[in-house]
Each structure stands twice: as structure tokens, then as C-alpha cells.
Ligand binder design. Structure first.
Ligand SMILES: NC(=O)c1ccc[n+]([C@@H]2O[C@H](COP(=O)([O-])OP(=O)(O)OC[C@H]3O[C@@H](n4cnc5c(N)ncnc54)[C@H](O)[C@@H]3O)[C@@H](O)[C@H]2O)c1
Length: 286
């Protein structure tokens, strides 16, 4: 079944991980894709590359690889380096993609970073970069796409990726939790404003997902502060201990299942909702 035949779907942070999984699942169901992720670092860049993230973010070749895999499924892809912190860059992606592919039907605001620091001693730069990317980045993507959806009058779908960190307080990632609570407040408010235009806006809250954001030294040390150099084997039981279903993490494709559902016709009656795909962590809090 092709639920998204000839639909145009935009995914931010599409270079790898969940963003790539969502793009490929949409392509598998007939959609053409607008893909963006961080631009190549340039000396004259309007924005400095994110400086506070202790693991490597996507490179331009990662985004090209996602586009190649979409095209291998027989769909069209427009891939552009663009930083979600810049409304100008988001607007340029939308303008270029809509010229090449047509109007965007679905926005998946997925790009994000996760760093760890205790709040009492956190630098303003660590705080600001997380808020700028995880929260303002979602605003910028919505701000770039939604006016066109409203003007065309054919409705549309927005799905933003928050986190279970946006459903409770979490030690050492307070800035990340604040950014994800912010995403939920933003999307619920947006849902109210765009409902008369036939546009829905919903949020998915994953817990740990099997991507680079979890598999890096900084995250490993957060989960195993008792070890100097924890390995993947060391952290898996610690990852699993947070979950209700006894798995260390969910897979990116588990999140894609929720994204495609919320973007589909079956979810026409759902807006302003948060869907937890979290191995049951939601059973412990909101
Ligand atoms: N992995 C997890 O455990 C987990 C859990 C809950 C929520 N999330 C959220 O899921 C989303 C996807 O993360 P992931 O797990 O695929 O991690 P990831 O690090 O593999 O992917 C994130 C992508 O976002 C891109 N990105 C970062 N900053 C950007 C910017 N300024 N502009 C454009 N692109 C940028 C990165 O280059 C990368 O390709 C994020 O919003 C994240 O916060 C992840």
C-alpha cells in the first residue's frame, strides 16, 4: 500500500539516524523527499558549526547517501545543506524544493542534538546551542513550510520529534529536556492555530533510540559514570534499566512507524497529540 503516493515530504536532520529512516519509509510508500541536514562547514558561513556537541554530526556525504537511497526506491529527492538554526536557510530549502518537486505536504521536524551538563555550571553556549537547534530549529522549519500550506488550502501534516526528556525532568540534560518540553508547547499551540486550515501538528516522544546520539563516548559516560571508558557492552544494561520493556533502545524504524501514521490519512482526526514510542518509559511519567 502506498499511503503517500506522489506526496512531498520534508525531513530535517535527514543525513542519518531517525531522519534517514523516516525518509526511506516515506519513499517506500510513494513519497518524494526534501532532505536537509547541516551544510558543509565554510569559512564564511553565516553560522558557526555546532561547537558544543561531543560527537560528530552528519557530513554532506551522509545526506547525499540518504538521497541516493531514496532515489534507489524510485522516488525523487532534493537534498540541501541547511542549518535549522537559520530561518533564511530553511526558507531557501523550501523555495528550492517546491520549485523542483512541488508543494510540501508533510514536514518532519527531526534535527536535534543532545549534550550533557549539570545546569548549575552549564555554559551559556551549551544552553543556547541546544535551544537554538532543538527548539528554534523546529520553529524555523514550521515557519518556512506552513504559510505555503495555509495559502494553498489543501491541508498538511507536521510531525516534530521531541523526547521522553520533554515529559519529565532529567539530571544532567536539563537544557535538552527544556528544549523538548518547548517543542511540545510549540506544536500544541501550532495545532490550535492551523486546525482551521486542515493542517495537523503532532509530536513523537522517543526514549533511547539506536542511533549515534546514543552511541558515543559522552552518552556512554552519562549512563556509566562509574567507568572511565565505558564500552557498548557496558552501557546496554544501563540503557535497558531506564525502559519498561526490557530492551536497551527502540529502533529508528519504530519511530518511523509513528511518524508515518501521524502523517497519514488515518490520523486525520489527531492533532496536538504527543505519541510516546519509548519502550514504556511513558508509563512512569506523563
Ligand atoms: N537517539 C535518541 O536516543 C533520541 C531519543 C529521543 C529523541 N531523539 C531525537 O530524535 C531526533 C533525531 O535524532 P537521532 O537519534 O536520529 O540522532 P542523530 O544524531 O543520528 O541525528 C540527528 C541529525 O540532526 C542533524 N542536525 C544536528 N544539528 C543540526 C542543525 N543545526 N541543522 C540541521 N541538521 C542538524 C545531525 O547532523 C544529524 O544528522 C532528534 O531531535 C533527537 O533529539 C533522539
Amino acid at each position: 500500500m502506498e499511503r503517500f503516493a506522489e506526496k512531498i515530504v520534508m525531513v530535517t536532520g535527514a543525513g542519518r539516524g531517525q531522519g534517514r529512516a523516516h525518509a526511506l519509509r516515506f519513499a517506500g510508500e510513494g513519497a518524494h523527499l526534501v532532505l536537509c541536514d547541516l551544510p558543509a562547514a565554510r569559512g564564511d558561513a553565516e553560522l558557526d558549526p555546532p561547537a558544543t556537541v561531543p560527537y560528530e554530526l552528519s557530513k554532506p556525504e551522509d545526506l547525499e547517501e540518504t538521497a541516493r537511497q531514496v532515489q534507489a526506491l524510485g522516488r525523487r529527492a532534493v537534498a540541501m545543506g541547511a542549518d535549522v538554526r537559520s530561518l533564511e536557510q530553511m526558507s531557501a530549502v523550501v523555495a528550492e524544493a517546491e520549485r523542483a518537486l512541488g508543494p510540501i505536504d508533510v514536514l518532519v521536524a527531526n534535527a536535534g542534538i543532545c549534550t550533557s551538563n549539570p545546569l548549575p555550571t552549564m555554559s551559556v553556549q551549551v544552553w543556547q546551542e541546544t535551544i537554538d537547534i532543538n527548539l528554534t530549529g523546529v520553529f524555523n522549519a514550521c515557519r518556512a513550510v506552513i504559510p505555503g500550506m495555509i495559502e494553498r488550502g489543501h491541508g498538511g501534516r507536521v510531525v516534530a520529534i521531541a523526547s521522553m526528556a520533554g515529559r519529565a525532568g532529567w539530571e544532567n540534560i536539563g537544557h535538552y529536556a527544556a528544549s523538548k518540553w518547548g517543542v511540545i508547547g510549540l506544536v500544541k499551540s501550532l495545532a490550535l492555530e492551523v486546525a482551521p486550515h486542515g493542517i495537523t501538528a503532532n509530536v513523537i516522544c522517543p526514549s533511547s533510540v539506536n542511533t549515534t546520539m546514543m552511541h558515543n563516548d559522552s552518552s556512554y559516560r552519562l549512563f556509566r559514570p562509574d567507568l572511565e571508558n565505558p564500552t557498548r557492552e557496558d552501557v546496554l544494561p544501563a540503557f535497558a534499566s531506564v525502559n519498561v520493556i526490557p530492551v536497551p533502545y527502540v529502533e529508528p524504524e519504530d519511530i518511523s512507524d509513528g511518524v508515518l501514521f501521524l502523517a497519514s490519512q488515518e490520523a486525520a482526526g489527531i492533532t496536538g497529540a504527543t505519541l510516546s514510542i519509548s519502550a514504556g518509559v511513558n508509563a512512569l511519567n506523563i
